[in-house]
Design a protein around this ligand. Structure first.
Ligand code: PXP
Length: 248
């Protein structure tokens, strides 16, 4: 059954808005797990704009499912991850001025550096996922540098406005997922997914995990985190399994 990873960065964003201690992303992570999250995701950014080192330490001690640390492929971050030892690491591109992670990692353009970072994380026993655009060259490069998974950046699909564009972006995700599975890479997907657009993606049987943050936390403000996580969990776990099942 596909899994739901809940990203709690935005809980920390709200806390940082006042520089105090509330709301605590660690408490949110616990509630998300109780509501059915299969993993917790946090992005420790170089500028520490939301998640702090303290959050990561506490999450590693308290998360009962799996902790996915998103981070830039930088030496300082590799050092932190080798100390904290999350269940896995997702390498993402990072630019200081961006509002969120805009675009995937250019794996094809920095193979030797990423090969080294993936190897360092593997030496520490940490599986590695690479956050990439649904592009054949990037998928092949992810396989070549030794990644265990890819996470397909679904931003272009999520932002597409009209049916023809949505279908075209959807097909790119399908092709990337199929190629990755052929190369024996695990397939995750995330970015910009919400309670509406995730449904079509659940028809892609290769996708094993959906990593979702903003839409869940936004809904949680109105209906509570428990309900927001439960509703998303239900959407990702009744996929398309139904439509793939034999009829008659
Ligand atoms: N996956 C990755 C690798 C991300 O960087 C992000 C954004 O932090 C997400 C998933 C979640 O995206 P969103 O907040 O748009 O659901």
């Amino acid at each position: 059954m596909p899994r739901l990873g809940v990203n709690v960065d935005h809980v920390a964003t709200l806390r940082q808005a006042r520089g105090g201690s509330e709301p605590d992303p660690v408490a949110a992570a616990m509630l998300a797990e109780l509501a059915g999250a299969d993993s917790l995701v946090v992005h420790l950014r170089e500028d520490r704009r939301h998640i702090q080192d303290r959050d990561l330490t506490l999450l590693r001690q308290t998360v009962k499912t799996r902790l996915d640390l998103e981070m830039a492929a930088e030496d300082a971050m590799v050092k932190i991850s080798l100390t904290i030892k999350p269940h896995y690491v997702t390498l993402v591109p990072e630019r200081r001025q961006e509002l969120t992670t805009e675009g995937g990692l250019d794996v094809a353009g920095q193979k030797s550096r990423l090969k080294r970072v993936v190897a360092q994380l593997h030496d520490g026993g940490i599986p590695v996922s690479l956050f990439i655009e649904p592009d054949a060259d990037q998928v092949k490069a992810a396989g070549a540098v030794g990644a265990d998974f890819i996470e397909i950046h679904t931003g272009r699909y999520a932002n597409a406005q009209f049916e023809r564009a949505i279908e075209s972006e959807f097909q790119s995700v399908v092709k990337a997922a199929q190629l990755a599975a052929k190369l024996k890479l695990g397939v995750n997907a995330g970015h910009g997914l919400n309670y509406v657009n995730v449904q079509r993606l659940t028809t892609i049987s290769e996708i094993e995990e959906y990593n979702i943050g903003h839409s869940i936390i936004a809904r949680a403000v109105l209906v509570g985190l428990d309900q927001a996580v439960r509703e998303m969990k239900q959407l990702v776990s009744r996929p398309a399994a139904a439509s793939r099942a034999p009829r008659g």
